[in-house]
Design a protein around this ligand. Structure first.
Ligand code: ADP
Ligand code: MG
Length: 322
C-alpha cells in the first residue's frame, strides 16, 4: 500500500527549474524579478459541482491547472509555478497517474512547474485546489477597473461550445452524439490564453477571463470601471457546432454560457491594429463585439439594432435574494 509520501514522489515530484525550490521542503521558493509584482490566484474544483465524477482524469488534471492559468492570462501575468491541494476519497493509482499526466503536460507547455501542495485522504467527494503564481512588471497588470467609455470590447476564441457540452452531459439537452463530439473538447480541454494576455499588456485597458459567461464576466469589468456597454449579437464568434441549435439555446450558450476560458478585454479604438497584431503574435483569434459607453447598463443589439428584451444569466454559485 503506497504511503502519502510514495504518491507525492511518484506523481507530483518533478525536478524544479534552476533557481526554484520545488516539492520536498516545507515551502517552495521562487525568485521575483526586480520591478515585478507577484500575481496569484486560486480555484477550488469539487466533484459533482465543477466536474462530473466519471470525467477523464487526464482532462481533469489539465482543466484544474487551465482554469488557474486563465486567471494569470487575464491579468497579463507570466506563469512562475503552481501548488496543488488534493483531497482524495480513494486511492486509485491509475486515476492519479492520468490526472498527474494531464496536469504536468499543461504545466510544461506554459512553464508553470508544480512546486508544492498537500495531499490528504478524504471521507467526502474529491476536491482539487490549485494556486498559481505569476509575475508582471509593476503597474502593468490588466485589471478589471481600467476600461474607459468609448473603448472597443473584444473577445478571444469562440463562444458557446462548453455550455452545450455541459448541458448534453448533464441531461438537460436530449442526447446528440455528434453535437457532443463537436463541443466536448471546449468543456474538458480549455486552452488558457496566456500568450494573448502577455501580448495585450500596454494595449488593453481592462481584461477578464470568461468563467461564468460573457455577460456576467463583462459585467464585472463594467461595474469596476463604472461604464456601460452595447454589444452586437451578429458579431459574436459563436462556435460553428452551435449552428444546429434553436435561437434560444444558441443565445444562452454564447451570451450566458460559462467555462469558456477565453479573454474579454477592452482597448481604445486607436489600438485596433495593435490588438490584431498582439493576437497574431499569440496565435489567437480576437473579435470586436461592441463598445463601452458612459451611461451604465449592458445592452445586446440584434441584427436590426434592437436591444434584446431578455438576456441569459451567467453562472452563480449562490443564486437568489441572498
Ligand atoms: P508538510 O507536512 O510540511 O505540509 P507534506 O508532508 O504535506 O509537508 O508534503 C511534503 C512535500 O510534498 C511538500 O514539499 C509539499 O509541498 C509536497 N506536496 C504534497 N502534496 C503535493 C501535491 N499534491 N502536489 C505537489 N506537491 C505536493
Ligand atoms: Mg502538508
Amino acid at each position: 500500500m503506497a504511503s502519502e509520501f510514495d504518491l507525492i514522489a511518484r506523481y507530483f515530484t518533478r525536478a524544479a527549474p534552476a533557481g526554484l525550490l520545488g516539492v520536498g521542503d516545507d515551502c517552495a521558493l521562487f525568485p521575483v524579478p526586480p520591478g515585478e509584482q507577484v500575481a496569484t490566484s486560486t480555484d477550488l474544483l469539487l466533484e459533482g459541482r465543477h466536474f462530473f465524477p466519471d470525467v477523464d482524469p487526464r482532462a481533469l488534471g489539465h482543466k484544474a491547472l487551465a482554469v488557474n492559468l486563465s486567471d494569470l492570462a487575464a491579468m497579463g501575468a507570466r506563469p512562475i509555478g503552481c501548488v496543488l491541494g488534493l483531497a482524495l476519497p480513494r486511492l486509485d493509482e491509475a486515476w492519479l497517474a492520468a490526472f498527474a499526466q494531464g496536469f504536468h503536460d499543461l504545466a510544461g507547455l506554459h512553464g508553470c512547474p508544480l512546486i508544492g501542495g498537500d495531499t490528504t485522504r478524504s471521507a467526502h467527494d474529491l476536491a482539487i485546489s490549485v494556486t498559481v503564481f505569476g509575475a508582471v512588471p509593476a503597474g502593468q497588470a490588466l485589471r478589471r477597473d481600467g476600461a474607459q467609455a468609448g473603448d472597443d470590447i473584444w473577445v478571444s476564441g469562440e463562444l458557446g461550445a462548453a455550455d452545450v457540452a455541459y448541458r448534453l452531459l448533464d441531461g438537460q439537452y436530449p442526447a446528440d452524439a455528434s453535437l457532443l463530439a463537436a463541443t466536448r473538447a471546449a468543456l474538458e480541454w480549455p486552452q488558457p490564453q496566456v500568450a494573448l494576455g502577455l501580448a495585450l499588456r500596454g494595449i488593453a485597458h481592462a481584461a477578464i477571463d470568461l468563467s461564468d459567461g460573457l455577460l456576467q464576466d463583462l459585467g464585472h469589468i463594467l461595474t469596476a470601471s463604472r461604464v456601460g456597454a452595447s454589444l452586437e449579437e451578429a458579431r459574436m464568434p459563436a462556435a460553428a457546432a452551435l449552428a444546429s441549435l434553436d435561437e434560444d439555446k444558441r443565445r444562452r450558450a454564447v451570451l450566458g454560457g460559462g467555462d469558456v476560458y477565453q479573454l474579454c478585454f477592452t482597448a481604445p479604438t486607436s489600438k485596433r491594429d495593435a490588438v490584431q497584431a498582439a493576437a497574431s503574435t499569440a496565435g489567437a483569434r480576437v473579435t470586436r463585439i461592441g463598445q463601452t459607453l458612459t451611461q451604465p447598463g449592458l445592452a445586446v443589439r440584434d441584427a436590426n439594432g434592437q436591444p434584446l428584451a431578455a438576456l441569459p444569466a451567467g453562472f452563480d454559485h449562490f443564486p437568489g435574494p441572498t
